[in-house]
Design a protein around this ligand. Structure first.
Ligand code: NAD
Ligand code: HJL
Length: 347
């Protein structure tokens, strides 16, 4: 389809951050980044002088301008909006709800949809739905989670950066890899070629962390070696059973917590992943739902975020419900923040 809007790809930076450093897969409780200017969402870098040669005037060296935090495509999110979202993002005081303390991980399900409940124009198509303000919100959310999780379908279609480009995050004016989430890709059959991805490029540049790939089929050496060389991790989790190719979400979240100390994960899609987590057997694992609704209709044939229907006895019932709902207008979009209205099953 011609003229389909897509999100801008990763920023080529005018000035390299001096502090790119080694990455670690050990997660930490995350604090908040302070973003000072609510009126602006991106900072254009001054392109007039980008190398490290001293500027000269009449044979005299002039002091170099300070570009350290003036990076192209760096995003800002208004502190007022950040405060409104605060009860819906993980913080060290948010109680865990999982079954055992070891399995405790806070899960935020977040995505953008049209007015007809679609997340992309067609299968295999990246579609920009979030406006600039809600895009900045997504990156603010990324800064507040230890990990960001997507399905391989999204990875193959979108080739996303999966890093945090909020001003002050590591590689974007901040130190090391501070506030950069660990990308987690659910890729049961090892289809993703990490070596040719943006995630790889950003990890090499110190602007994002190397990923964890969750798979159930054996990972071939030609995939594993570049992954491990870059500091990434292959996490083998067997599928549920012989006739169910899926991996259990309880296993995925428990292993992320137990083996990598990931205490919070932001699930960004795509369609199949959202549908699975909204299903009654999984929805209790979700702590927070944050959905951006964009003022557009994508039409029939679009990729929907609709879970399988639910029948109790002979009656159809709602699949999933929310409570503590808050609506936050952000630019032309509206963002719904809420908590699942479900009981945690007892073991
Ligand atoms: N609007 C948004 O917020 C948003 C967000 C993300 C993706 N998208 C769009 O969604 C589309 C991709 O969606 P999709 O449904 O094709 O792909 P997906 O990203 O949901 O990935 C699906 C794949 O993940 C794996 N998977 C999922 N659950 C699994 C489980 N329990 N066990 C084992 N493997 C599992 C399977 O291989 C499956 O084929 C793209 O068009 C993308 O642009 C939109
Ligand atoms: N919040 C949101 N609004 C959208 O309009 C849209 N298309 C996505 N899609 C999510 C998906 O994971 C994308 O691939 C990444 O959002 C790409 O963004 P990055 O390169 O990682 O910054 N997400």
């Amino acid at each position: 389809m011609e003229g389909t809007p897509v999100w801008n790809s990763e920023s080529s930076l005018v000035v390299e951050s001096p502090s790119a450093s080694s990455s670690s897969n050990t997660a930490q409780e995350k604090g908040s980044l302070i973003n000072v200017d609510p009126s602006s969402n991106s900072v254009e870098a001054d392109q007039q002088h980008t190398n490290n040669e001293p500027l000269q005037y009449g044979g005299v060296d002039l002091p170099l301008p300070d570009f350290s935090s003036r990076l192209r495509d760096v995003l800002r999110f208004s502190p007022d909006h950040a405060r409104m979202l605060e009860p819906h993002v993980p913080s060290p005081t948010t109680p865990y709800k999982a079954m055992t303390p070891k399995e405790s991980i806070r899960v935020t399900l977040t995505y953008a949809q049209s007015l007809d409940g679609a997340i992309a124009l067609a299968p295999g198509m990246q579609t920009a739905l979030s406006g600039p303000e809600s895009k900045a919100m997504t990156h603010h959310l990324r800064s507040r989670h230890d990990a960001i999780l997507i399905g391989v379908g999204t990875m193959l279609v979108d080739n996303p950066s999966l890093n945090c480009r909020i001003e002050g995050a590591g590689g974007y004016g901040g130190e090391n890899l501070e506030h950069q989430p660990i990308p987690v890709i659910i890729d049961p059959q090892c289809k993703w070629d990490f070596g040719w991805s943006k995630v790889f490029e950003l990890a090499q540049k110190g602007k994002g962390r190397p990923p964890i790939i969750v798979h159930s089929a054996p990972m071939p050496r030609y995939r594993k070696i570049p992954l491990q060389k870059a500091g990434g991790v292959s996490m083998h989790i067997p599928r549920r059973s012989f006739d169910d190719h899926r991996i259990s979400w309880n296993d995925i979240f428990a292993r992320l917590r137990l083996e990598h100390d990931i205490k919070s994960v932001m699930v960004e899609g795509g369609g199949s992943i959202i549908e699975e987590l909204l299903a009654p057997e999984n929805f209790w694992m979700v702590d927070s739902v944050i959905v951006t609704i964009a003022p557009t209709w994508l039409g029939k044939g679009a990729v929907s975020a609709a879970p399988k229907d639910c029948v109790q006895g002979v009656h159809k019932v709602a699949v999933a419900k929310l409570k503590d709902v808050k609506w936050v207008p952000l630019g032309d979009d509206v963002v719904m923040c809420a908590k699942p209205d479900v009981k945690v099953p007892q073991k």
